[in-house]
Design a protein around this ligand. Structure first.
Ligand code: XIL
Length: 336
């Protein structure tokens, strides 16, 4: 019989998983409640889905996830209040179709945060307040999103301040990816440290951890966690998956792979090693890591099936398409 992940890790950190309202109505629900003690709505709380028009909110999906969490005694992570993706066009446009100015956009962001964080006050224990605001370009600090262009960099401070006012008990996180790249790592460090130094309410850093069979290496991950631990805020692994497709720093260099053969014995072995190594390091940093969340439940469906290549099946999780634990599962629990 398969041990429950959340029990094996009970002394370390809560184990979480990203969910859709649909998954909670299938046989995946039993797997979720057996192995996980926390959930994150994969899309339902994002600005586009939850706030489709200026004075119109769509609560149904997020409410159903929050109700499931309450019913099953699971913790709920909120994701996310301000992002450059899945944000409705109306947010940046006025009734004439022109781009809004700073004052209007700040007001809209404030209303959004008070409405969403306010509705889930006491239900969501941690919010990813700002997501991916840092640029991946070597010579650029913040991403040139409409938020930055229209408001300026202080939209980030304001978002945290309002989230804290709307739900003073919620832990507030900054969340980003490519966290293991040494250049981006320092920019993330600078952002979180800046927020802290200015007295902005921030309690944690979320590392998305969209990794692959070829990275991160042990030394790279160890030094990343060591560096971020110096921030003096909680760390959470917020969107973990290990793609079977090696990360390509030059996409043109590698021929396309057939997704039916991608989960080969060799790739499976590499994936087991990366899963084993990453959890070994998560355990090493248990004093700062307060949660580890997988991005999707099983290889039946992953967002990586359509990213970065549409329709390329991936096998990034601990459970296979039949919801059975993969061999990598044993590498994650072996220490116990
Ligand atoms: C993804 C979802 O999993 C997909 O269903 C959706 O189509 C796009 O967004 N970083 C994040 C997540 O912070 O919100 C993204 O989720 C994956 C990358």
């Amino acid at each position: 019989n398969v041990p429950a992940l959340k029990k094996v890790y009970a002394e370390y950190f809560p184990m979480g998983v990203a969910v859709s309202p649909r998954a909670l109505k299938t046989d995946e629900a039993a797997l979720i409640t057996k192995h996980f003690s926390s959930m994150t709505p994969e899309n339902a709380m994002k600005m586009g889905p939850i706030h489709p028009k200026e004075h119109e909110y769509f609560w149904k999906d997020a409410d159903s996830i929050a109700a499931f969490a309450a019913r099953t005694g699971m913790k709920l992570r909120g994701h996310t209040l301000v992002w450059h993706h899945q944000t409705p066009d109306w947010m940046f446009t006025d009734s004439k179709g022109d781009t809004v100015g700073r004052t209007v956009l700040l007001q809209r962001l404030k209303e959004h945060i008070f409405a969403v964080a306010g509705r889930y006050k006491g239900k969501v224990y941690a919010w990813d307040v700002a997501n991916e605001v840092i640029s991946d370009r070597r010579d650029e600090y913040l991403r040139r999103s409409p938020w930055l262009r229209i408001i300026g960099p202080d939209f980030i401070d304001s978002a945290f301040t309002w989230a804290h006012q709307a739900d003073p008990a919620a832990q507030l996180f900054y969340n980003d990816y490519n966290e293991i790249s040494p250049v981006k790592r320092e920019k993330i460090f600078r952002l979180v440290k800046g927020l802290k130094d200015r007295g902005i309410p921030i309690h944690g850093l979320g590392l998305q951890a969209h990794w692959a069979v070829n990275e991160p290496g042990r030394g790279q991950l160890d030094s990343t966690l060591q560096r971020f631990a110096q921030l003096g805020v909680n760390l959470q692994i917020t969107e973990l998956d290990i793609s079977v497709y090696p990360k390509e720093h030059d996409a043109r260099a590698r021929p396309a792979e057939d997704s039916n053969t991608a989960f080969s014995a060799a790739r499976e072995q590499q994936q087991r090693e990366v899963y084993g190594m990453t959890f070994e390091l998560f355990r090493k940093y248990r004093h700062v890591i307060t949660g580890v969340t997988f991005w999707n439940i099983s290889d039946r469906h992953s967002w990586l099936d359509d990213f970065p290549v549409q329709g390329r099946k991936d096998y990034p999780l601990l459970f296979d398409a039949q919801l059975q634990p993969k061999k990598a599962f044993s590498d994650v629990i072996r220490f116990a």
